[in-house]
Design a protein around this ligand. Structure first.
Ligand SMILES: *[C@@H]1O[C@H](CO)[C@@H](O)[C@H](O)[C@H]1NC(C)=O
Ligand SMILES: *[C@@H]1O[C@H](CO)[C@@H](O)[C@H](O)[C@H]1NC(C)=O
Ligand SMILES: *[C@@H]1O[C@H](CO)[C@@H](O)[C@H](O)[C@H]1NC(C)=O
Length: 441
């Protein structure tokens, strides 16, 4: 048994008037949710031998059908997103992008119409460079033209990758393509790979500009189907949180990449970990999994409404790692309801240890930075455990499985002391909480 004493955490609320200029297309006020082909289906173009799994019109219609029929749409999954490998290798004689004529025989407008007819939204993929990562035509040289094409197909979401492009051109190029998207008059979520390619090139991304021009962006490696890959992403977001966290907010999100829950690489515990951590990170929830064959326990994780509610919390404040010691981590995200300078919190306890028995973590709410004198209503978001109302002095004890997580929601207990209708005011969104995390290790 591992007992942890967290002796010192200071929560510092920063009240400031620093105004974040963000992309004002009215979209992605909470992190986008949907389905994205890449991690699971990759660049499988072999429809002759593998018709059910190749990147094709059929695949996206099928996934759209299931998203609606099996309850995913009902809990918030909305975008059906095409990734790389949807194009013909060459533009047509007029320089237009053309979807692969065999695999998308009805064209992208038809697929878009179908997805819209299901009440869902349609996302597409391109690349800022000369080619997409898989070698299909990129938008370079055709920025205005391709934005108009996407508008004419009623696209709702554009992911713009950064292969075959100079990272130093991106400060100009990504805003330029965004300008052309805007000029179409059709609101389209704009997902940028701008910072990650600059970081790879040793540059320091200008997040002021990225926030101004993109609804979401990738900071780090593509996710792969393994716990190893997931851990590296969790570490990256924890280790770089001082730079990353303040950039998130309604309309502009950090994107740690797709949910791989239900595939081959993660155990049940690890899958719960990804869902919980993505919610703490205010991450887009883009499932990349075969919804035809997913096992029910993984589907239940993806459809966990309580965790989705944390991810979609209207304050849009990204959470942080507030404790890391001997394989145990604690992550915290401020959420609604709030009162004056007090927040409610989602708290995730993560066990990175490999000794094969659950670890006990024991801590008072106050040590986690939860100081509201009226107390918190505490609830486990995976297990049916209601801790009731706890004061900041109460010690909570959780058992965390190896490579697993316990996630709690701690809501300010307002009604106990005040009539609830007094609490309609929200603190400014730019209040960022800071935890001096290393000082107690
Ligand atoms: C893209 O293609 C143009 C024309 O061939 C070339 O001048 C440019 O260097 C290429 N850009 C990159 C990033 O490879
Ligand atoms: C285009 O940009 C303007 C100015 O930021 C904004 O008000 C408008 O909603 C945008 N339109 C679309 C379609 O994104
Ligand atoms: C970053 O972008 C902002 C907004 O576009 C701009 O005002 C600023 O000069 C840029 N900073 C640097 C270091 O280039």
């Amino acid at each position: 048994m591992l007992m942890l004493q967290i002796v010192w955490i200071q929560c510092l609320l920063v009240f400031g008037a620093n105004v974040v200029l963000a992309l004002e297309n009215g979209l992605a006020r909470t992190p986008p949710m949907g389905w994205l082909a890449w991690e699971r289906f990759r660049c499988n173009t072999d429809c002759k031998n593998d018709p059910e799994n190749c990147i094709s019109d059929h695949l996206f219609r099928t996934m759209a059908d299931i998203v609606v029929a099996e309850g995913y749409a009902e809990v918030g999954y909305e975008y059906i997103n095409v990734d790389d490998c949807w194009l013909e290798k060459d533009r047509d004689i007029n320089g237009q992008l053309v979807a692969d004529r065999q695999r998308f025989p009805y064209g992208m407008k038809s697929l878009s119409n179908y997805i819209h007819s299901k009440g869902l939204k349609f996302g597409i993929y391109e690349d800022y460079g000369n080619y997409t990562c898989a070698g299909y035509p990129g938008v370079l040289g055709y920025l205005e033209n391709d934005a108009i094409t996407f508008g004419s197909w009623d696209v709702d979401y554009v992911k713009l990758d950064g292969c075959y492009a100079h990272p130093s051109d991106m400060d100009r190029g990504y805003p330029e393509f965004g300008f052309h998207l805007n000029q179409t008059g059709r609101p389209m979520i704009y997902s940028c790979s701008w910072p990650v390619y600059q970081i790879y090139a040793g540059m320091k991304p200008n997040f002021t500009s990225i926030i101004e021009h993109c609804n979401l962006w990738r900071n780090f490696d593509d996710i792969q189907d393994s716990w190893n890959s997931l851990e590296s992403i969790i570490d990256y977001y924890g280790n770089n949180q001082d730079v990353i966290v303040p950039n998130a907010g309604p309309g502009h999100w950090n994107d740690p990449d797709m949910l791989i829950i239900g595939n081959f690489g993660l155990s049940y515990e690890q899958s719960k970990t990804q869902m919980a951590l993505w919610a703490i990170l205010a991450a887009p929830l883009l499932m990349s999994v075969d919804l035809r064959t997913i096992r029910p326990e993984y589907k239940a994780i993806l459809q966990n409404k309580k965790i989705i509610a944390v991810d979609q919390d209207p304050l849009g404040i990204q959470g942080r790692r507030i404790y890391k010691h001997k394989g145990i981590e604690i992550w915290a995200r401020p959420i609604t309801p709030i009162y004056e300078s007090y927040y409610s919190y989602a708290i995730a306890f993560l066990n990175r240890r490999t000794d094969g028995t659950p670890s006990d973590v024991s801590v008072t709410l106050k040590e986690l930075g939860l100081q509201y004198p009226g107390g918190y209503r505490v609830e486990d978001l995976y297990e049916e455990v209601d801790y009731g109302i706890l004061t900041p002095q109460t010690k909570i004890k959780v058992k965390v499985n190896p490579s697993g997580v316990v996630i709690l929601r701690c809501d300010l207990q307002l009604e106990e002391f005040y009539p609830s209708n007094q609490f309609t005011h929200y603190a400014p969104l730019n209040q960022v909480f800071k935890v001096r995390q290393n000082s107690f290790e």
